[in-house]
Ligand binder design. Structure first.
Ligand SMILES: [Zn+2]
Length: 521
C-alpha cells in the first residue's frame, strides 16, 4: 500500500449552492438529442457542475426528493451537443416516451445492475442483510430536469417497474444510507438527536472528463471528441487502473464510458466502499498530479518530485510511449504557437528556453516529434552543464513535468471526495447523445466511443431479431456485448468474493450457534 500523501480540506456540503446561483431553463421533454453551440449560460453552468448541492444532505426537507436543478454529478446534460457524431444521431427521430419505454422494458439489464449493487445481499442467503438494497439511493432525472431523489428498490423487478413507469432520462446512483432513504424524514434529527440520516457506504468513484483537457488537444474542444483525442482517455484508464490495483490493492474496478466525452470508474472492493470522506479525498489527491496553470495562465503546474514517486515512475513508462508515438504526431502540438508557447514556458531557465525557441525557428518544417527531440536534447545538455543549485533541480524535472502536465490523467477530484456524491449509473442512456453508458475493458486499446450503441440502434437490432423469429431480448443486440464486458472484466470476480464472504459469515453464525450453551429450563 503506497503512502497516502495528504488529506485535503473536506469542504462543507452546504456551501456554494447551485440552487442559489443558477436559474434553469425548461426543456422540451420529447426532444432529447438536441443540437447547437453552447450558450454562455450553459458554459457557465458547466464550469460549476460539481458543486456541493449535488450531494444528499443529512437534513432533508420535505420536498427535496422531487427537485428541479440543473445537473448532477457528471454535468453531462448541458445543452452543448455539437460534435459531428451526435449530429448524425440527431437525424434519427427519437421519441423519449416510446423509445425509453422499450429500452427499460426489454433492453436495460436491471438484473445485472441490481446483482452487483446487492453485493451478495440478495435474500438467497439466510445471513444476507435483508434491508441492504432498500437503503441504496437512486435518483431519476425526468424530462424537464425534474430530479426525483431518495428512491430505493428492493430488487431488479421493482426497479424495472419504476423505470417503466417514470421513464427517466437519466439514472444516478447514490450511497447506501443507514435507513431507507424514503424514510429519512423520521431520521432528520434535531439537536442532540441520535436519529441521524447518514450514508454508511458507497463505491469509491472517479470521473475523468475530456473537457478538462481542452488546453492540450488541438483537434476538438468542449463536448467534441474524436479518434485523435480519445486516446487521452485510454491512457488515463491504464494509468489509474494500475495505480488503484498496484498502489492501493483494489481488485474490483468497473470502468464505464459516460455516454459522451468521459469515463467513470467505480471501485467496488468492500474496503473502498467503506472509505471515509477524508480517505476518499486522500486517494483522489494521490492521483491529482496536474494542478492547473499559474497566475499567468501559461505555465502548467504539476506535482512531480525528483526522483519520481514509484507510482509516477510506473505511469511515466506508459505516458512516454503514448507521448512520442501517438500524442505528438496526432495533436501536432508543437507546430501551433498556441500550444507550443506553454510548453516552452515550462522550461525553467530563460537561456535554455530561448535556445530551444531559436532552434525551432531555424527548422520551421520540423514536425512535433522532431521539435520535441530538439527540446529534450537541449534541456539535457544544459542540465549536465549546470553543477548544482535550483536551476539544475528544475532542469532535471522539466522534461517529465511537460509530459505529466499534458497527458497524465486529469481527475475531477470533487466527484471522488464525498461518499454521498451521485454518479450516473452504468447502462444508463446518455440523455443528449442517446448512447448507452457501457462498461469498458481497461485492457482494450481499441475502445471507440463512436461505436457505442445508441438506444435507437439497440431497438432496431431487437426488432430485426423479432422479425427473424428470435427471442425479444437484449441478448440479440449489442447490449449483450456490454453485459458480457461487465461480467468478464468486473462482476465475475466480485461475485466470487461476495459469495465467499457470505459463506464465511454463514460459517461464523453456525459456529456461534454450535458454541452456544443450551437453554436451561
Ligand atoms: Zn479530438
Amino acid at each position: 500500500m503506497a503512502e497516502i500523501r495528504c488529506v485535503r480540506n473536506v469542504v462543507s456540503f452546504f456551501c456554494h449552492s447551485r440552487f442559489a446561483r443558477d436559474s434553469k431553463k425548461a426543456r422540451v421533454p420529447s426532444v432529447q438529442f438536441e443540437l447547437g453551440t453552447p450558450s454562455a449560460h450553459d458554459r457557465h453552468r458547466e464550469k460549476g457542475r460539481h458543486s456541493s448541492e449535488n450531494m444528499a444532505t443529512t437534513s432533508p426537507s420535505a420536498m427535496d426528493h422531487v427537485s428541479k436543478k440543473p445537473k448532477l454529478a457528471d454535468g453531462e446534460d448541458a445543452m452543448d451537443v455539437d460534435d459531428k457524431e451526435n449530429r448524425k444521431i440527431a437525424k434519427v427521430a427519437f421519441d423519449h416516451e416510446t423509445h425509453m419505454r422499450i429500452y427499460y422494458d426489454s433492453l436495460f439489464p436491471a438484473e445485472s445492475m441490481m446483482k452487483w449493487l446487492a453485493y451478495g445481499n440478495d435474500l438467497k442467503h439466510p445471513q444476507a442483510d435483508a434491508g441492504f438494497m432498500q437503503r441504496r439511493e437512486f435518483c431519476f432525472t425526468l424530462p424537464g430536469d425534474v430530479f426525483v431523489r431518495y428512491q430505493s428498490f428492493k430488487d431488479d423487478k421493482e426497479l424495472r417497474k419504476e423505470l417503466k413507469s417514470k421513464l427517466p432520462s437519466k439514472i444516478d446512483i447514490g450511497p447506501v444510507f443507514n435507513v431507507d432513504p424514503s424514510k429519512r424524514l423520521a431520521y432528520s434529527g434535531g439537536a442532540g438527536s441520535d436519529r441521524v440520516f447518514a450514508p454508511t457506504e458507497r463505491e469509491f468513484v472517479m470521473d475523468i472528463d475530456m473537457t478538462d483537457y481542452d488546453d492540450v488537444r488541438t483537434c476538438c474542444s468542449a463536448a467534441d471528441i474524436c479518434h485523435k483525442c480519445w486516446p487521452l482517455m485510454d491512457v488515463a484508464v491504464k494509468v489509474i487502473d494500475k495505480g488503484l490495483r498496484e498502489d492501493f490493492g483494489f481488485n474490483h474496478l468497473l470502468w464505464v464510458y459516460s455516454g459522451r466525452r468521459g469515463i467513470h470508474c467505480w471501485v467496488c472492493d468492500k474496503r473502498a466502499r467503506q472509505l471515509s470522506n477524508e480517505a476518499r479525498a486522500a486517494v483522489a489527491e494521490y492521483f491529482s498530479v496536474y494542478k492547473g496553470t499559474d497566475a499567468s495562465g501559461l505555465v502548467k503546474r504539476v506535482n512531480v518530485s525528483n526522483p519520481l514517486h514509484p507510482s509516477l515512475e510506473r505511469a511515466l513508462e506508459e505516458l512516454k510511449k503514448y507521448w512520442r508515438e501517438t500524442y505528438l504526431p496526432e495533436q501536432q502540438l508543437l507546430e501551433d504557437d498556441k500550444y507550443a508557447e506553454p510548453v516552452l514556458a515550462m522550461i525553467p531557465v530563460a537561456d535554455v528556453r530561448e535556445e530551444v525557441k531559436a532552434a525551432w525557428k531555424r527548422a520551421p518544417k520540423d514536425d512535433s516529434v522532431q521539435k520535441w527531440d530538439e527540446l529534450v536534447k537541449r534541456v539535457d545538455k544544459a542540465r549536465k552543464a549546470v553543477k548544482g543549485g535550483p536551476d539544475k533541480w528544475a532542469l532535471d524535472k522539466c522534461v517529465n513535468e511537460i509530459i505529466f502536465a499534458h497527458v497524465y490523467p486529469r481527475l475531477d477530484v470533487e466527484v471522488s471526495k464525498h461518499m454521498n456524491h451521485l454518479l450516473k449509473a452504468p447502462f444508463c442512456v446518455h440523455p443528449k447523445t442517446g448512447r448507452v453508458c457501457v462498461p469498458m475493458d481497461p485492457k482494450d486499446d481499441d475502445f471507440d466511443p463512436n461505436k457505442v450503441p445508441t438506444v435507437i440502434q439497440l431497438i432496431d437490432e431487437m426488432n430485426a431479431a423479432k422479425a427473424a423469429g428470435k427471442e425479444v431480448s437484449y441478448k440479440e443486440t449489442a447490449m449483450n456485448d456490454a453485459v458480457e464486458t461487465f461480467n468478464r472484466t468486473f462482476w465475475n470476480g466480485l461475485k466470487k468474493e461476495c459469495k465467499e464472504e457470505m459463506d464465511q459469515l454463514h460459517g461464523k453464525v453456525r459456529e456461534a450457534v454450535a458454541a452456544a450453551k443450551p437453554l436451561d429450563f
